[in-house]
Design a protein around this ligand. Structure first.
Ligand code: PSV
Ligand code: MN
Ligand code: MN
Length: 423
């Protein structure tokens, strides 16, 4: 299914009086509003192919229908999101949940929909049907060299798929670790993992990046071999300049100061990108900004400050991706909400009075510093985000239009009740 541009134009015409009123108000409130709109227009967040279907827990899954069954349909779904918000112009594939066959045809379809291929993801946390060795006791860390070699070969194959699609990075998330004290030797697991990662890194094309995700727990509940930012940093530092740490917001122990982690990794030149989501308890994979929006804003505040200090390009120098799961919502509606939350947090961070904040910090004026940040967070920037969409051909209210057009109903009519692949 494709969206007809005239639906978007009609919707924008209907909404324009209200939007203009809100925009005037926002521009009065926010200095540099036009510059913020320009930056928002350039900002794109990649959509994970595995988040286009209904997720679930180990207790059950309640698919809502009309889910994409093929990579082509997944691209079409991301194309729908991008047509609505003009900020979801990339897709992140996960192999072998996605197995690209005709790479050129997929590239053509993506180009037609205005999409590019972001990081490709490998999967050594599940055993596939015809796989020779099991990952039950880990993949890159495994004590058995044959298992490690199989996992390395898989990652190299994922890179080859990505190359053929025009992707420029691979994200490696390992479930490797242990469930009980004594199960593994930490040092051996680290050394095996490093040696395996070195072989994968050696297969990276010159202009590629390797992102190494960390996660504190699950599915292993005693130790994880890439368990926190420090461990990921230790690996990527040894691997070389094309290797970076990837921050998934849900992968920390409770109450971790994620914005400080982000600041440090940026400063060290080793922050690769993000998997955005939100969480209340653990790796909940909830809608971005749905639980802790102030934390999301503080992360973006560090990003804007740190990237500007290093002369980095906000839109291109880091990998911006969502990693979410939807148990009770329409996946496409949820993803629209996540992208909107990201744009709002980014716009708010751009609106922080950096000079005044610096001055307050230099004078150790704690109250003033807090007021400056909270003022930005409490300012309504939604009209700027909507204006950026309008100027790039998107819809003023993507979610509203998605519902008005009954997109899900049409997808169900087209595809039936098939279920997508993923977590
Ligand atoms: C598992 O925790 C996970 O959510 C990781 O965050 C990966 O990025 C994702 O699955 C897909 O492999
Ligand atoms: Mn992730
Ligand atoms: Mn996760």
């Amino acid at each position: 299914m494709r969206l007809d541009k005239k639906h978007i134009d009609n919707h924008n015409t209907d909404q324009s009086a209200l939007h203009n009123k809100r925009l005037r108000f926002a521009k009065d409130e926010i200095a540099d509003a036009d510059q913020i709109i320009e930056k928002l227009k350039a900002f794109q967040v990649a959509i994970p192919s595995w988040a286009l279907g209904t997720g679930g827990t180990r207790f059950g899954r309640f698919p809502g229908g009309g889910e994409p069954g093929t990579i082509e349909q997944k691209l079409e779904d991301v194309g729908l999101l991008h047509a609505l918000n003009q900020s979801s112009g990339a897709v992140s594939l996960h192999i072998p949940w996605d197995i690209p066959q005709d790479h050129q045809a997929l590239k053509n379809l993506a180009a037609e929909l205005g999409l590019s291929f972001d990081a490709v993801n490998s999967n050594t946390f599940q055993d596939q049907k015809d796989q020779e060795y099991s990952y039950k006791f880990g993949s890159l860390q495994n004590v058995d060299k044959q298992v490690r070699d199989q996992a390395i070969a898989h990652n190299l194959e994922v890179i080859r798929h990505g190359e053929a699609l025009g992707s420029k990075s691979i994200t490696v998330w390992l479930s490797d670790g242990s469930c009980f004290p004594g199960q593994i030797n930490f040092r051996r697991a680290y050394e095996n993992t490093l040696e395996s990662l070195r072989e994968i890194y050696a297969g990276l094309p010159a202009d590629w990046k390797l992102f190494l995700e960390y996660k504190a727990f699950e599915p292993n509940f005693y130790s994880t071999t890439v368990g926190d930012w420090g461990q990921s940093y230790s690996y990527v530092n040894k691997l070389g300049e094309k290797a970076y740490t990837l921050v998934d917001l849900g992968h920390h122990l409770p109450n971790a100061n994620i914005e400080q982690i982000v600041s440090l990794l940026l400063m060290e030149g080793k922050l690769g990108g993000f998997h955005f989501n939100d969480s209340k308890y653990g790796d909940d994979d909830l809608t971005t900004g749905s639980i802790k929006p102030y934390q999301l804003f503080l992360i973006f505040n560090e990003l804007v400050e740190g990237m500007d200090a290093r002369g980095m390009n906000h839109a291109n120098d880091l990998g911006w991706m969502i990693d979410a799961s939807h148990n009770v919502k329409d996946p496409l509606e949820d993803l629209l909400q996540s992208v909107e939350a990201l744009m709002i947090a980014y716009a708010q961070a751009l609106s922080v009075d950096k000079q005044a904040l610096k001055q307050a910090q230099m004078e150790s004026d704690v109250v003033r510093a807090q007021e400056i940040l909270q003022h930005a967070f409490r300012t309504d920037v939604r009209a700027l985000v909507a204006e950026a969409r309008l100027q790039t051909g998107g819809a003023l209210q993507p979610l509203g239009l998605f519902r008005d057009l009954q997109v899900r109903k049409q997808l169900v009519a087209e595809r039936g009740f098939q279920q997508s692949t993923g977590l």
